[in-house]
Design a protein. Structure first.
Length: 129
């Protein structure tokens, strides 16, 4: 298999239910993978991300700072976290005002601490309520 080419953004609705999304697969290579997914900032104020590290090595994840404009808080920089091998973590919520790119996307990078990438990522856009 190959790494996903885009980050699938699953939309949540206020006061609603949604089944756990099928994850985007990260399963090859020894260098960082960067994925972007489109977020409708008129309907969504933030994104949360679930990352599962399927291998034994840790997976370093970073939500990428956006572009100014539209992300007026982009100067605060990226936010990083580490998922231990064989475990899962939930990151965020990441606000649109800090992480939106000028093309309306939200970006994440994934870097294996050793060996090759093995994992799954699920991203959810939270509605503005």
């Amino acid at each position: 298999m190959a790494n996903a080419t885009a980050l699938t953004i699953n939309e949540l609705t206020a006061n609603g239910w949604k089944a756990r999304a099928t994850g985007d697969v990260l399963d090859s290579g020894t260098v960082a993978v960067t994925l972007y997914g489109t977020v409708d900032t008129y309907r969504h104020g933030a994104v949360i991300v679930e990352v599962s590290a399927g291998g034994t090595a840790n997976l370093v994840c970073a939500a990428l700072a956006g572009d100014l404009p539209p992300a007026h808080r982009s100067g605060l920089g990226n936010v990083e976290g580490t998922v231990a091998g064989g475990s899962a973590q939930i990151f965020g919520p990441f606000e649109a005002g800090r992480f939106t790119q000028n093309d309306g996307t939200f970006g994440m990078s994934f870097t294996p601490s050793a060996g090759t990438i093995a994992g799954t990522v699920r991203a959810y856009a939270l509605p503005i309520v």
